[in-house]
Structure formats: structure tokens, C-alpha cells
Design a protein around this ligand. Structure first.
Ligand code: COI
Length: 360
């Protein structure tokens, strides 16, 4: 697929927010990428157009049967004046895996990535500069056909919007408190938990609300069948360092295959730190703590990067991990990962992809 991307200029550009007020996902840039799909045309009419409100029919199928999917990635401003992406081909592939599961027509990955690069180039001045900041990239697809029968839609729209952002949890590396959820479940094997289906996040809100009420930052989900094995946290994958070895839940079909998760595993292997992907029960985690062997727990995700866990509560029992301090390994991984993303460290894995020259 090699289509011309048209450009529709806006009349006036927005004022950019101050770096220290960014937070996560609150501000949106001047432009977005839009593309249409019709079963008779395939994906067509890619365009970079002003970021603005949409007009959709109330009967658009997304509102009724939930064909809505998304991705999350980031563009970074490096010290030597380039904008770069981190393993974007993994997000393109996962977007198509999600399309496949949700009966949404797949898109040419190379074309979409080149269109995203063009959008980033247009919006390069929006990439924030400052510790822990980046331009968050949110591709998403919705079903737009006006029809109320239950079947895959024949019309869709793809959007890519951009949001200059800081830390997801307010303070980047401060350990967070996590609540192990037993009443609600996130995903079942054979379901849609392994893809970025918007409904997964809607289904998580009830438990997240409970966690918020109890003063926790996030939920740790257990498997839906036995309520026993650790799956993932609300917006990230999870890692446990037990007696010098790192364990992360293996991808059983209900866990999201995170790009950061995969990068952490590769980094640990590169450093010769033992790392295993396997089922781990919450009982084992608490038992390891009891034995004094639970050294660190941290989450990993695009939005959150690396987020140390300082407290875990399960069944009315709370454990404090590493004295509620940032662990050495969490810190090392964070430094290495962000160092590569910001072009401050060597990238032996060829993870970064340069997009544009920016002002420094
Ligand atoms: C990301 O890490 O990019 C995600 O998609 C998580 C999001 C729900 C904030």
C-alpha cells in the first residue's frame, strides 16, 4: 500500500502547555492522522488533519457492539536533536493482532508506521523536553458503520492522536501501592485480554474504582479460572525479583504481550540476570516475602515505563517490598531503558528508530 497522505492545515496553532503541568494524556497536539475503511475500498484517504471533535452517527456500531481498539507508543526528543520512536514495529504488529481478534480489517504495518512518522515530523515541536517526558502516541480504530445488526462493521476510521505527557503515576519512580483483586477478573483464556481491546479497560474500571477508594494506585489481576496465578497490573506487566532471579507471568493467552515487558526480558538476558516467564501464584509471591526472598517487584509498560511496587495487599494482608524503596534492579532497568529511548545510551538491540530532526 502506497497512498499519498494529504495535509489539511489548521488556521491557528495551539499554545503548548508548560512541561511541569503535563501529567498524562491531558493535552493534544494540533494535528492527527485519520484514515477511512470501507469494505469496498479497503483502507483509504490517509490524511493529517487538525485535531478536532468528530461527527458520528448515533447508530455507529462502535457505540453498540464495541469494536474499538488502540495502541500506545511514544516519541522521544534526544539530546542530539532527533525525535525517535522505540520499537514501533512491535506496536504495528500488535495493532494488527488486535484487529484480527476483533474482526477489524488489518492495515499495512509499514504504511501506517511511515504515516505516523510523518505525523510526528509535523508535530515535532510538541515533543516535550524534560525528565520523564515524551510525546505519547495513541493510534486507535473504531467501527463507524451506521447499523444495528450484530456483525463486524463494514466501515471504520483509524486515528492517531498525540499527547505530550509526563509520568503516568504522577511521580515516575516512586513505589506504588497495588491491590490484588479477588472479586473481579480481567480476562479469560480464549477471550480478548491478550489484545488492546478498549473494552478490556472498561471492564477493569469497577475494580480500579475500588482500589482508588482503598488508596491503591492499581490492581494486580489474578487468573480468571482459579483466582490464583498472577496475570498483570491495570496498565502494565509485572515482574518479581525473588532470590536473585526475575520471574514474570508467561503469556498464557489472557495477558497483554507488552513491548516494555519484552524489552525488560531482553535486557535482563543481556545482563546475564536469570529471568523466567512462568506461571507464578500470588501465594508463592507472599511466601517468598515471608522467607525474606522477595527483593523487588516492578511493573513495566509504555505509559508507566518502570514502576516499582512498594506495597501489595492480598486477602487483607499487606506486604511491604524493599522497604518501600526503589530497588537497584528497577532503577537500573529504568535508567537503561530511558537512556536508550532518549539516545543517551548505546542501543545494542537496535530498538530506536529516528524520525525527524528537532530543535534542541
Ligand atoms: C500504554 O502503556 O501505552 C497503555 O496502553 C496503557 C494505557 C491504558 C495507559
Amino acid at each position: 500500500m502506497n497512498q499519498e497522505i494529504s495535509f489539511i492545515q489548521r488556521e491557528a496553532l495551539k499554545e503548548k502547555p508548560a512541561t511541569d503541568s503535563l501529567g498524562f494524556g491531558k493535552y493534544f497536539t494540533d494535528y492527527m492522522l485519520v484514515m477511512d475503511y470501507h469494505s469496498e475500498n479497503g483502507w483509504y484517504n490517509p490524511r493529517i488533519t487538525p485535531y478536532e471533535a468528530l461527527t458520528l452517527e448515533p447508530s455507529a456500531m462502535v457505540f453498540h457492539y464495541g469494536q474499538a481498539i488502540f495502541e500506545g507508543m511514544k516519541a522521544y526528543r534526544t539530546a542530539d536533536g532527533t525525535a525517535q520512536l522505540f520499537r514501533p514495529e512491535k506496536n504495528m504488529k500488535r495493532l494488527n493482532d488486535t484487529c484480527d481478534r476483533m474482526c477489524i480489517p488489518q492495515i499495512d504495518e509499514d504504511f501506517l508506521l511511515s504515516a505516523i512518522k510523518q505525523l510526528i515530523f509535523t508535530e515535532k515541536d510538541w515533543i516535550p523536553q524534560g525528565e520523564g517526558t515524551s510525546l505519547y502516541i495513541r493510534p486507535f480504530i473504531i467501527a463507524t458503520e451506521a447499523y444495528l445488526g450484530v456483525r463486524p462493521a463494514k466501515e471504520y476510521k483509524l486515528f492517531v492522536i498525540l499527547s505530550p505527557s509526563g509520568a503516568y503515576y504522577g511521580s515516575q519512580l516512586n513505589p506504588v501501592k497495588i491491590y490484588v483483586e479477588e472479586q473481579y477478573v480481567r480476562a479469560v483464556i480464549g477471550g480478548v485480554g491478550h489484545v488492546k481491546n478498549a473494552g478490556n479497560y472498561a471492564a477493569s474500571l469497577k475494580a480500579q474504582e475500588k482500589a482508588d477508594r482503598l488508596g491503591y494506585a492499581q490492581i494486580l489481576w489474578l487468573d480468571a479460572k482459579e483466582n490464583k496465578y498472577v496475570e498483570e497490573v491495570g496498565s502494565m506487566n509485572i515482574f518479581f525479583k525473588i532470590n536473585g532471579e526475575v520471574v514474570t507471568p508467561k503469556l498464557t493467552g489472557s495477558i497483554l504481550p507488552g513491548v516494555t515487558r519484552d524489552s525488560v526480558i531482553q535486557l535482563l538476558k543481556h545482563w546475564n540476570i536469570p529471568v523466567r516467564e512462568e506461571r507464578i501464584s500470588i501465594e508463592e509471591v507472599f511466601a517468598a516475602h515471608e522467607r525474606g526472598e522477595l527483593e523487588e517487584v516492578f511493573g513495566a509498560g509504555t505509559a508507566a515505563v518502570i514502576s516499582p511496587v512498594g506495597e501489595l495487599t492480598w486477602n487483607d494482608k499487606t506486604i511491604v517490598i524493599n522497604d518501600n524503596q526503589i530497588g537497584h534492579l528497577s532503577q537500573d532497568i529504568y535508567d537503561e531503558m530511558t537512556g536508550i529511548q532518549l539516545g543517551k545510551k548505546e542501543d545494542p538491540f537496535n530498538w530506536t528508530v529516528k524520525v525527524a530532526q528537532v530543535e534542541v
